[in-house]
Design a binder for this molecule. Structure first.
Ligand code: NMX
Ligand code: MLT
Length: 388
């Protein structure tokens, strides 16, 4: 097995578990407690939800909250990095409508990498953070057929500018901005072991650049059990078609019996309701209390949990970050659920970029962690043994 540094031996029953419970790296940005949920640099997420997104980004990159002067200067820095090379937007305009918005996002990251990379992890990481809003807004406008991209005004603020560039037809910009600010902060980071972050850091460990590493991470986020669960969850609520508690419960039972996922529920690490879900249920009371789809999600909070608790195999029956986010997005004007994962990606790129910067430029006194190369337990090797 090569260098075995573990103080215990790995047996077959510990494998094929998706590495549950195996620590794979040190992480300075965030921590996920099974009971209490997400913390950024020691702060519970509930205390940060109303923070300026720029202050939360500063926190993940510098491991402390900025004072007023530092925040103003960091916002200025992001403004100075915000200009996207116009060739990237032109290339986005040529992408096929058949592609999923996340496939467009992967292409957008590739275009940025091809045309704009400096090869320095922190530099590129902060550039991605500053430029993603314009890239995602362009993806939305071009693919949804809303018209040409709208000129960026980065000085108005990261999410304020994003909502401005989206120019969502018929949307209440103030409400959407309020939602996107909270949505961004909640979705930035979730420890180091979640699929997209783990993959992004693994790819970066081979010294791939920031853009390629984030592209790999976003490919992981695209999966319906991971980031695309927010799209799936909205479609699941649409199919449910009712907010009547007994009917919602019957729908969940039918889905379970058919072997389908109950989207927005369960988690690999959490063993209680995700505080990010709780924050969004509360936000719904402010933004769209009477919205029928929101009501459906609220009923689901009670009845899906009841049904999932009856299943002995489900370790966590409670709502996760995706349980209600789509209902808020739709109520605030973003009707098409196909785009919800790019909004997750917009935020998650900042946390993954911060973790990649740490792993590549801070850990081991700045040398970075070595290339990821875990071991495996060879099975069914009889042919090789026979030959030997
Ligand atoms: N609906 C149906 N089955 C479930 C659910 C659920 N919500 N949660 C767990 N299970 C099943 C799971 O598929 C597994 O079945 P099997 O043994 O037949 O393979 C069994 O229960 C045990 O799974 P757990 O150990 O409780 O959960 P695991 O860590 O494997 O998976 C999730 C975690 C999040 C992938 C799982 O709970 C799930 O599929 N949830 C629905 C999708 C979702 O909402 N994902 C979003 C996660 C957050 N994010 O944004 O990334
Ligand atoms: C999340 O935000 O919940 C995740 O990225 C999924 C995880 O932590 O496994």
């Amino acid at each position: 097995m090569g260098d075995n540094l573990l103080p215990f031996s790995i047996t077959e029953d510990l494998l094929d578990t998706g590495m549950r419970g195996f620590p794979v790296s040190t992480v300075y940005t965030s921590e996920v407690d099974p009971g209490e949920g997400l913390h950024y640099v020691g702060y519970p997420i509930a205390d940060l939800a109303d923070l300026d997104p720029e202050a939360a980004i500063f926190l993940l990159f510098y491991k402390r909250l900025p004072d007023a002067q530092e925040l103003a200067s960091f916002k200025g820095e992001l403004v100075s990095r915000a200009k996207v090379d116009p060739r990237v937007i032109e290339l986005i305009k040529g992408l096929p409508r058949e592609g999923h918005p996340m496939e467009w996002l992967l292409a957008g990251l590739n275009f940025l990498g091809m045309l704009c990379k400096t090869g320095k992890y922190k530099e590129d990481g902060l550039n991605v953070v500053a430029q993603m809003p314009e890239v995602i807004a362009a993806i939305y406008r071009v693919r949804a057929g809303w018209g040409n991209p709208i000129a960026s005004k980065p000085e108005i603020g990261l999410m304020e500018n994003f909502v401005h560039m989206m120019g969502v037809p018929g949307a209440d910009a103030a409400k959407l901005t309020r939602l996107m600010r909270v949505f961004y902060v909640l979705h930035m980071d979730h420890g180091g072991g979640n699929l997209s972050t783990f993959v992004g850091k693994a790819v970066a460990s081979g010294k791939s650049d920031m853009y390629a590493s984030l592209g790999a991470a976003m490919a992981g986020l695209y999966g319906p059990l991971h980031g695309r669960a927010n799209q799936e969850c909205l479609e699941f609520l649409d199919r449910c078609g009712t907010a009547v508690p007994d009917e919602v419960e019957a729908f969940v039972r039918t889905e379970m019996a058919a072997g389908r996922s109950i989207y927005g529920f369960g988690h690999a690490v959490l063993r209680a309701e995700d505080p990010r879900a709780g924050i969004q249920y509360e936000l719904g009371k402010e933004l769209c209390p009477g919205d029928p789809l929101y009501q459906r999600a609220v009923t689901m909070r009670e009845r899906a949990v009841k049904v999932l608790k009856e299943s002995p195999k489900v370790k966590n029956p409670y709502p996760n970050v995706d349980a209600v986010s789509g209902t808020l997005l739709r109520a605030c004007g973003l009707a098409d659920s196909e785009y919800y994962t790019v909004l997750f990606g917009l935020a998650r790129c900042s946390g993954i970029a911060a973790q990649i910067v740490d792993e590549r430029t801070v850990h081991r006194n700045g040398k970075g962690v070595p290339i990821y190369r875990p071991s495996d337990l060879p099975v069914n090797q009889s042919r090789r043994r026979f030959k030997a």
